[in-house]
Design a protein around this ligand. Structure first.
Ligand code: PBG
Length: 321
């Protein structure tokens, strides 16, 4: 008889046949950086995650470096917003200050910036509004200005998350024309219009004041369209393709892994984090084990890189092993 249990008998044989592993090398830790001073605000729906002003962020960064987490993904929360999100391309904006601060004080840490407008626009949408909707091509002009400003500040990689058509090409051209042809782009290539972003919008103060994001983010019903989105970004030269959210979209992660010869990333988003934290706080699940199991499922689905608010906790568990 075929007996699959033979290879499950002891931990050592299980180690030998284990197919997937989560490692610290897989992790990117998101950071919320708020313009101002003396800010260290807990985000209620994301226990353990805070918004920091730059003068208070060193302890957090020391810990990230100490835990050997390779990279951080920065989100800026500006003190002033306007119609176009013009603070995003201010060379002295919060994101630009944060990039310079981290690269100066933590040169080994790899710094990635989220490239979007929703935290910077008074209406909370991811671009310029015309006729009650985001104007794709007008927004591309501003995305180019934003990435050049991040590049000049010294960022290591940019990650556009606004789901505008042609954004990767616009960014690639802007960077190549200004001497940044070696700066890589991680595309939020397949990003769904998801209720799992709820806690983030409180954290980053980026909820739309009217309507929703369904005219630019993807319909959760669609799978084939994910391949189309990824194909365009691949052709436009994205260096890394990302799927977001992660846990409810493991099929899409696997589709990308099977179809593209690029590193695949996934974003374990705020709502996924909040659900585990809330159930664990009630004692209904073992939070650490559910965390490790769900992140492992993303690796198994094909993710090479996982962006996660759990990064520090995971690194602590993995360091002990
Ligand atoms: C900005 C952006 C969002 C997230 C990452 N970048 C919010 C959104 O699209 O509404 C969500 C991250 C999370 O939920 O953890 N466009």
């Amino acid at each position: 008889m075929n007996r699959t249990r033979r290879l499950r008998k002891t931990e050592n044989i299980r180690r030998l046949v284990r197919e997937n592993k989560l490692t610290i090398d897989d992790l990117i830790y998101p950071l919320f950086i708020e313009e101002g001073e003396n800010i260290e605000t807990e985000i209620v729906s994301m226990p353990g995650i805070k918004r920091f002003s730059l003068d208070r962020i060193s302890k957090e960064l020391d810990e990230v470096v100490e835990l050997d987490i390779p990279a951080v993904l920065l989100f800026g929360i500006p003190s002033k917003k306007d119609d176009t999100g013009s603070e995003t391309w201010n060379d002295n904006g919060i994101m630009q200050q944060a990039i310079r601060f981290i690269k100066k004080n933590y040169p080994s840490l790899y710094v990635i910036t989220d490239v979007c407008f929703c935290e910077y626009t008074s209406h909370g949408h991811c671009g310029i509004i015309h006729d009650n909707d985001v104007d794709n091509d007008a927004t591309l002009v501003n995305i180019a200005k934003q990435v050049i400003s991040h590049a000049k500040a010294g960022v290591d990689m940019v990650a556009p998350s606004g789901m505008m058509d042609g954004m990767i090409q616009a960014i690639r051209e802007a960077l190549d024309n200004t001497g940044f042809s070696n700066l890589p782009v991680m595309s939020y290539a397949v990003k769904y219009s998801s209720a799992f972003y709820g806690p983030f919008r409180d954290a980053a103060d980026s909820a739309p004041t009217f309507g929703d994001r369904r005219t630019y983010q993807m319909d959760p019903s669609n799978r084939d369209e994910g391949l189309r989105e990824a194909t365009f970004d691949d052709e436009e030269g994205a260096d890394i393709l990302m799927v977001k959210p992660a846990l409810a979209y493991l099929d899409i992660i696997r589709d990308l892994k099977n179809n593209f010869d690029r590193p695949i990333a996934c974003y374990n988003v705020s709502g996924e984090y909040a659900m585990i934290k809330a159930a664990a706080a009630k004692g209904w699940i073992d939070g650490d084990r559910v965390m490790m199991e769900s992140l492992l499922s993303m690796k198994r689905a094909g993710a090479d890189i996982i962006i996660t608010y759990f990064a520090k906790e995971v690194a602590k568990i993995l360091q002990k092993k």
